[in-house]
Ligand binder design. Structure first.
Ligand code: DSN
Length: 430
C-alpha cells in the first residue's frame, strides 16, 4: 500500500500511485482553467457531478433493468437508476426514460435497432450541413446498414426548408426521421417535423444532444409533445457526465429498452448513471433556467459582435448556444483559424459550412459555442471582448503573427482567472 500524498494535492491517491498520469490530469485542469473553451458541445460539470463519476458504483455490473437484473447485489444500483430515470421523466415531461446508453452514437443506434430493419430508409440532416454521423451518413454504420437520405439548409437562408424535407419524405418514405444535429444555430421546429413524420408514417427522433440543457431550462422549445423518441447526450448544454438517454412515450418504451439491452450493450455504467442523476437534479433547479437563458443571451451577443466586425455567420446569427462562422470571405481556412485561436487560448473546432467548397478535414468554417464560458459566469458584456479576441486571432492567423496570438493568450488567461471553472481546483492548481 502506498502512503497517500499530501491532502492539499488535488488527487492524492492518483498522484501517489501514478505521478505520470496525475501530471497529465493536472495539466488538463490548468488548460481547462486558463483557456476560453468555446467548443459548442463541451461544458464544465459541477464538482458534485465529477464526484459521482468517481464513486464505487464504478465497481458494479448490472445487466438488465431495475428489478430485472442478471446479477445480484443491485439494492443500491436499482435505486440510482430509478432516480436518474424519474428525474429525466420529470425534467423533460416524458413517459419513459432509458438512462443506460453509453453515449449519443449507441443511443441513436438503439433507435435503429428498435424501429427499423437493415436496408430501410432513414432521413436525417446531411452531416456537412450540420447533421450527425448517426443520422444515416454514409461512412457511419447507420449509412452502411440503412439507406440514408438527407435534407440540408437553403443556400440563401442557411436554414432548413421544411417543404423540402416534406418532399423528400414523401418520395423516400423513410422509416425514421431525425431532426437536430451538431451545427444547427436555429430553433428546430419539432411540430413541423412531427407533421411530416406522421404523414409518411415514420418514427420521429428528436436528437437534442446539443440543446438538451436549453430545452430543460426553457430556452428552446421542447420536442416532448411531438417526437416519438428523444435522444440526447448528457454532457453538452445539460452539463452532466459523458453519457446519453433515450426518452419516449410509454408505447415505445419496450422496443427501446430491448434495443439498448440486450440489443446493443452489456452492463450500464452505473457511476455515469449516478452522475446523470445529479446533473438532472441540478438542471431542475431555478438557477439552471437562468443558466440556459444566459447561454443563449451570450451566443446572441457574440453573434452581434462578430457581425459588427464584418463576419459572415451561417443563417445570419443564432437562436441557441452556437454560432457557425463562415470564413470564406476572410481567405483563412477554418482549420488555420481554429489552430491559431488554440494557440491564443481560445478553443473552438473547425467545421464545414453549408455548400462548403473545401473538404471536411480542411473546411471553411468554425463552430463557436457559449455553454462553457457561461458556466464560468461570463455575460453578454464580455462578448465584445471575446469577439475582439476572435477577430484579432483570425487576422493574426492570416498574417502568421504569433506574437499577437501570445498576447491574446495572456489576456484570455487574465480574464479566466477571475471566473473560476466549476469542478476544477481554483486557479487550475492541478
Ligand atoms: N462530437 C459531437 C459534437 O461536437 O457535436 C457530436 O457527436
Amino acid at each position: 500500500m502506498t502512503t497517500p500524498a499530501h491532502p492539499s494535492v488535488p488527487h492524492p491517491a492518483l498522484a501517489a500511485a501514478d505521478p505520470e498520469l496525475a501530471a497529465l490530469v493536472g495539466a488538463e485542469e490548468r488548460l481547462q482553467s486558463t483557456t476560453l473553451r468555446m467548443i459548442a458541445s463541451e461544458n464544465y460539470v459541477s464538482a458534485a457531478v465529477l464526484e459521482a463519476t468517481g464513486t464505487v458504483l464504478q465497481n458494479k455490473y448490472s445487466e438488465g433493468y431495475s428489478g430485472k437484473r442478471y446479477y445480484e447485489g443491485q439494492q443500491n444500483i436499482d435505486l440510482v437508476e430509478n432516480l436518474a430515470a424519474d428525474r429525466a421523466k420529470r425534467l423533460f415531461g416524458v413517459e419513459h426514460a432509458n438512462v443506460q446508453p453509453y453515449s449519443g452514437s449507441p443511443a441513436n443506434l438503439a433507435v435503429y435497432l428498435a424501429f427499423a430493419e437493415p436496408g430501410d430508409t432513414v432521413l436525417g440532416m446531411s452531416l456537412p450541413m450540420g447533421g450527425h454521423l448517426t443520422h444515416g451518413w454514409g461512412v457511419s454504420a447507420t449509412g452502411k446498414w440503412f439507406k440514408g437520405v438527407s435534407y440540408g439548409v437553403r443556400r440563401d437562408t442557411g436554414c432548413t426548408d421544411l417543404d423540402e424535407v416534406r418532399d423528400i419524405a414523401r418520395k423516400e418514405r423513410p422509416k425514421i426521421i431525425f431532426c437536430g444535429g451538431t451545427a444547427v444555430p436555429r430553433t428546430i421546429d419539432f411540430a413541423a417535423f412531427a407533421e411530416i413524420a406522421r404523414e409518411v408514417d415514420a418514427v420521429l427522433v428528436a436528437d437534442i444532444a446539443h440543446i438538451a440543457g436549453l430545452v430543460a431550462g426553457g430556452a428552446h422549445p421542447s420536442p416532448a409533445p411531438y417526437a416519438d423518441v428523444i435522444s440526447t447526450t448528457t454532457h453538452k448544454t445539460l452539463r452532466g457526465p459523458r453519457g446519453a438517454m433515450l426518452m419516449a412515450r410509454a408505447t415505445r418504451a419496450k422496443a427501446l429498452d430491448k434495443a439498448v439491452f440486450p440489443g446493443l450493450q452489456g452492463g450500464p455504467h452505473n457511476h455515469t448513471t449516478a452522475a446523470i442523476a445529479v446533473a438532472l437534479h441540478e438542471a431542475a433547479q431555478p438557477a439552471f433556467r437562468d443558466y440556459a437563458h444566459a447561454v443563449v443571451a451570450n451566443a446572441k451577443a457574440l453573434a452581434d459582435a462578430l457581425l459588427a466586425r464584418g463576419y459572415d455567420l451561417v443563417s445570419g446569427g443564432t437562436d441557441n448556444h452556437l454560432i457557425l462562422l463562415d470564413l470564406t470571405s476572410r481567405d483563412v481556412p477554418g482549420k488555420t483559424a481554429a489552430k491559431a485561436l488554440d494557440r491564443a487560448g481560445i478553443v473552438v473546432n473547425y467545421n464545414t459550412v453549408p455548400y462548403d467548397p473545401r473538404k471536411p478535414f480542411d473546411p471553411s468554417g468554425m463552430r463557436i459555442g457559449t455553454p462553457s464560458l457561461t458556466s464560468r459566469g461570463l455575460t453578454p458584456d464580455h462578448m465584445p471582448t471575446v469577439a475582439d479576441w476572435i477577430d484579432r486571432g483570425i487576422r493574426a492567423a492570416h498574417a502568421a503573427d504569433e506574437e499577437t496570438l501570445t498576447t491574446i493568450r495572456s489576456e484570455v488567461a487574465d480574464l479566466m482567472a477571475a471566473y473560476p471553472a466549476p469542478g476544477l481546483p481554483v486557479g487550475g492548481e492541478g
